[in-house]
Design a protein. Structure first.
Length: 249
């Protein structure tokens, strides 16, 4: 994206889709977006180009330009398609806490399935119908807990920031592991001699390292996400109970 571009005004979602015509492409937008996601999953953002997508589409190489003007617009469509994978239960049926937790867990899972998402969140606008549906369900869950006004904005932002931030760390570890050809556990073992050389200066940190070095790194990340999410929800629940449903202290 050009640094001088207004990302909202330039968004693919800010204009109506093209009207049907006789010369419409043989491939649908859904097929093109699916092919783009396959390419992104295989090669990441660096491996994604309109030219490579055209090669993957074969006879429909020019079809993408019927629906999008450039790569950024296609990436917006791909992002929203991934957000469509997030299913959030109705808080009226399962309770606000379970609904909020489901949103965070499924959003994290979608990002880990499609790690290129990390490079786009906050860069391109996530304002497609699936993103709006996901946001609507999250807001509904927190509203059911009694959050209102700015508090509702802050609570929703906390959950989203925690989910994306935690997922970013996991994606980074997986990327390093993939590039090195070593498992996360092997990478930690490789780092251990360096950490231990600093034991006299950073005794608490090295002690923590020693206490947990035998744990599976991937499971540690998963359990850590669950732990942090539960404590975040605990905090929100306790805060709402403390100030009262009407927002007064």
């Amino acid at each position: 994206m050009s640094p001088n571009t207004d990302p909202i005004a330039a968004s693919v979602w800010m204009r109506p889709p093209p009207k049907p015509r006789r010369d419409a492409p043989t491939l649908s937008r859904e097929q093109i977006v699916a092919a783009a996601i396959e390419l992104l999953d295989a090669d990441g953002l660096d491996g994604m180009s309109m030219r490579r997508l055209g090669t993957r589409l074969g006879a429909g190489a020019t079809s993408a330009y019927w629906y999008v003007a450039n790569k950024d617009e296609l990436l917006e469509l791909a992002m929203d398609e991934v957000m469509g994978e997030v299913e959030i239960p109705d808080p009226a049926e399962v309770g606000w806490r379970e609904a909020a937790a489901a949103c965070a867990n499924q959003y994290r899972a979608a990002i880990l399935r499609h790690p290129w998402m990390i490079g786009l969140l906050g860069v391109l606008p996530a304002i497609g119908p699936n993103a709006l549906r996901m946001g609507d369900r999250m807001v509904a869950a927190l509203a059911a807990a009694g959050f209102r006004g700015a508090d509702l904005v802050f609570a929703s932002s906390m959950l989203s920031s925690y989910t994306v931030g935690s997922s970013m760390s996991e994606v980074a570890m997986r990327n390093v592991s993939g590039r090195s050809g070593k498992s996360p556990h092997e990478l930690m073992a490789e780092l251990e001699p360096y950490v231990r050389r600093h034991e006299s200066d950073f005794h608490s940190y090295v002690g923590l390292w020693s206490d947990n070095k035998g744990m599976d790194v991937e499971k540690l990340q998963e359990h850590g996400f669950d732990f942090g999410l539960a404590r975040l929800l605990d905090g929100l629940e306790a805060w709402r109970a403390r100030i009262g449903a009407d927002g007064s202290a």
